[in-house]
Design a protein. Structure first.
Length: 486
């Protein structure tokens, strides 16, 4: 019997787990994937929004502004990269300035500080890469950028430090109420809990509808992106937005905390909750929209494209509350943009709901800080030398593009919730995220994973049990193939 089971190991689920671990509770986080940060949290714009876009008075506005204010302290406590770079929303003619003025007033009502509208010349002085067609811009100095993988993993690791249990590759098949709380039937058996936190992303409606007569509907909204090489990373210094539409904040161009340039997203509603594919039309649309506001966009520097899904609830609002007809069941649903920015505040809010239900005592051994993974490439030369002398594996470079060493990969495997897949290594160390996109380092990373996990190379997966990179063929299949060929 757990006190709290959290369904979903994305940024909101992991952040809620960390906040709840401040109390003497038995907590478990479930996720159907083999690692944390496998859904929306791994494929997004990596933006910490200032908070001027959400409608005043909404949960979305409250959580965004509060989460933004918390980021400096949270990133320091949990040791993940965050930069307060500022953002601009640009318009291209005098008629569109009204849209900027509306965002300005909305932002002021939401409590966003230091907003101002810039002329073309003022904006171009701060951001020389802006296209000549840009007429004006709304400037928000509190906007920022973050690494969503490292943020989510930091929350998860700190939660584990404080006693939270994670059960990955565990899919919730059904949820049932009983006299003690809830029974969760999973692909690995039955679990019992007094309270449930439903942070299941695009599947939050599916989980909610298992217990409530008041049905919910979430539409997966697919967003496609380009990622450009670090050679293009200094093209802009701020996050450059275009005026938002009913479908979202539009196509943005932004630097990343690791020095790349990110362009996206599109916004396409679909029913497929696993459809994270890209399309030629979508990527062409991104290119055209981005070139309209930033000049000399070097598309030959694109190193990859990808897509993620946002969980758009029909009302277009965050749903964070105890379900009226399912006491002890707390929804964290419809968490689309600005969900990443809002995650620290959402975690606080969920914590307070659960505390009001269970009335637990404080965890006197709570550890507020967590030390991140070693980044060999960012160390001074003398510190690199000292580290190699102490542990020679840090002297063996495995990923040349990102200068990731064997020592870092071993550290990523051996940490709490250690990496078990190629993508798990990539999100923790950046091995495979560089210009060659893992073309060079994949075989060596697989060898290290196989050695550490004591499994054959054929057992190593990219991002889950159905993504093996080495596959074979048995004798019966071979005979059948030969017969068909003959």
């Amino acid at each position: 019997m757990y006190d709290v089971i959290i369904i979903g190991a994305g940024v909101c689920g992991c952040a809620a787990a960390r906040e709840l671990s401040r109390y003497a509770l038995r907590i478990c986080v479930l996720d159907k994937c083999t690692d944390v940060c496998e859904g929306t949290s791994k494929a997004n714009s990596a933006i910490i929004h200032a908070g001027f876009d959400a409608r005043p008075g909404t949960m979305m506005a409250r959580m965004n502004v509060r989460g933004n204010r918390m980021m400096d302290e949270i990133s320091s406590q949990l040791d993940f990269p965050f930069l307060r770079t500022g953002s601009m929303v640009v318009c291209r003619n005098a008629d569109e300035v009204k849209g900027l003025e509306e965002l300005l007033e909305r932002g002021k009502e939401n409590g966003v500080p230091d907003l101002k509208i810039l002329s073309h010349d003022e904006a171009a002085q701060m951001e020389p890469g802006l296209a000549d067609s840009v007429y004006a811009a709304l400037y928000a100095p509190t906007g920022g950028i973050v690494c969503p993988f490292q943020m989510t993993i930091a929350y998860a690791e700190n939660a584990v430090q404080n006693g939270v249990e994670f059960r990955l590759a565990t899919e919730v098949l059904s949820v049932h109420r009983d006299e003690t709380g809830y029974r969760l039937i999973t692909n690995h058996g039955e679990l019992k809990t007094r309270c449930v936190v439903n942070a299941a992303g695009v599947y939050a409606d599916t989980i909610h509808n298992m217990v409530s007569s008041r049905k919910m509907h979430i539409t997966p909204r697919r967003g496609e992106y380009f990622l450009l090489d670090k050679a293009a990373g200094k093209l802009v210094a701020h996050t450059i937005f275009q005026l938002p539409t009913a479908m979202g904040k539009g196509v943005l161009i932004t630097p990343t905390v690791h020095g790349n340039l990110l362009v996206g997203p599109t916004a396409v509603d679909q029913e497929d909750k696993e459809g994270t594919y890209t399309t030629a039309d979508g990527l062409h649309y991104l290119e055209e929209k981005a070139k309209a506001v930033v000049k000399d966009l070097p598309m030959k520097q694109v190193i990859t494209s990808f897509a993620g899904l946002r969980a758009h609830e029909d009302g277009g609002e965050f749903i964070i509350r105890e379900v009226m007809d399912a006491r002890g069941f707390v929804d964290v649903a419809g968490i689309e943009s600005p969900g990443l920015s809002s995650a620290p505040a959402i975690a606080e809010y969920v914590r307070d709901i659960i505390v009001s239900i269970l009335n637990p005592v404080k965890n006197e051994k709570f550890m507020e800080t967590r030390k991140g993974l070693t980044s060999f490439a960012s160390l001074p030369r003398d510190k690199q030398k000292e580290l190699i002398e102490k542990e020679p594996s840090y002297g063996r470079v495995i990923c040349r593009c990102e200068t990731v060493t064997e020592g870092e990969i071993l550290e990523a495997i051996r940490r709490p919730l250690g990496a078990t897949t190629l993508d798990g290594i990539k999100r923790r160390t950046r091995a495979g995220m560089g210009r060659c996109q893992a073309g060079f380092c994949t075989p060596k990373v697989m060898e290290i994973l196989a050695r550490e996990q004591k499994v054959p190379l054929s057992g190593i997966c990219k991002n889950g049990q159905h993504s093996k990179l080495i596959v074979g063929i048995n004798k019966d299949q071979l005979q059948e193939t030969n017969h068909e060929t003959a």
